[in-house]
Write a new protein. Structure first.
Length: 283
């Protein structure tokens, strides 16, 4: 499957819930006088709730580098390819960002998110036709491309509430961990997340884990921004927020523990391109 332009996604488990049996009510029924049979009716156990479906957290991400001097042709081809998705009544949204900074500046990221793994079995039926259209409209202007699968980490993410489309811009940080450091890393970002919630620090973000198609272990932090001015961030810096939530000693210890898990990290700024994206009318 070629998803022409991105690379990341994610998975998370939901718990099963069972209703408790009303034992106290049963005991009351046993004690009711025999002359009143209606009071002896045995209460029925509440039915068990159906298992909750796992959250749709998986994404396919494609990164595409246009041939030198062919960015305009590539964008025109991308628009044609998105129109192909529209003609197929594709139920999946395909979102495209332009990378503005970093070593991949000038490349484009295209991805589809909020999926279950089984969704890609259904997409496989369209794969050959998708590749054929891409061969006509994208490949002639593409110098290099890669793709990967990512999983959203909902328990440590803080998305923009009520958002139906991506922010105009986003800061994206790619974090490569030291071997064996995943558990410690997850523990650290969970404490960061809890501290942010405790202090009501006004920042939104999404964490993703790279499931396949990239270096491992690797995580991605995406921080949305509505414009350049919002890049300045909140009045209270992150370090001050953490110290307010945990106290200086605990905050310092947590930052040091986090730093020990990191092998390297790279950042880039991306701009959402709605003109190069496809969002189904029903979404």
């Amino acid at each position: 499957m070629r998803i022409h332009g991105i690379r990341y996604a994610g998975v998370c488990l939901a718990a099963l819930a069972l209703a408790a049996l009303p034992l106290a009510a049963q005991e009351k029924a046993k004690e009711a006088p025999k002359a009143k049979p209606a009071a002896q009716s045995k209460p029925m156990a509440a039915p068990a709730e159906a298992p909750k479906e796992k959250p749709a957290t998986i994404g396919r991400v494609y990164v595409t580098e246009p041939k030198e001097g062919m960015a305009a042709q590539y964008e025109a081809g991308r628009k044609k390819h998105m129109d192909w998705h529209r003609r197929q009544n594709d139920a999946s949204a395909w979102l495209t960002w332009e990378i503005l900074t970093g070593e991949r500046a000038g490349s484009y990221v295209t991805g589809t998110f909020n999926h279950h793994w089984k969704d890609f079995d259904a997409w496989a039926k369209m794969e050959d036709a998708d590749n054929a259209d891409a061969a006509i409209n994208l490949d002639p202007y593409t110098d290099d491309s890669s793709n990967s699968i990512v999983s959203l980490l909902p328990r440590v993410s803080r998305p923009v509430e009520g958002a139906t489309t991506p922010a105009a811009m986003s800061q994206v940080i790619h974090i490569h961990l030291n071997p064996g450091a995943t558990d410690d890393f997850m523990n650290c970002i969970k404490q960061f997340h809890d501290a942010i919630g405790k202090t009501k620090w006004p920042v939104n973000y999404n964490w993703y884990g790279v499931v396949n198609g990239g270096e491992s272990p690797m995580f991605i932090l995406s921080i949305p921004a509505k414009d350049w001015a919002s890049m300045e961030g909140p009045e209270m810096p992150f370090a001050a927020m953490l110290e307010k939530a945990l106290g200086k000693a605990a905050a310092d210890a947590l930052r040091k523990a986090y730093a020990k898990t990191i092998h390297c990290q790279k950042s880039e700024l991306v701009r959402f391109r709605p003109d190069l994206s496809y969002i189904p009318a029903t979404r």
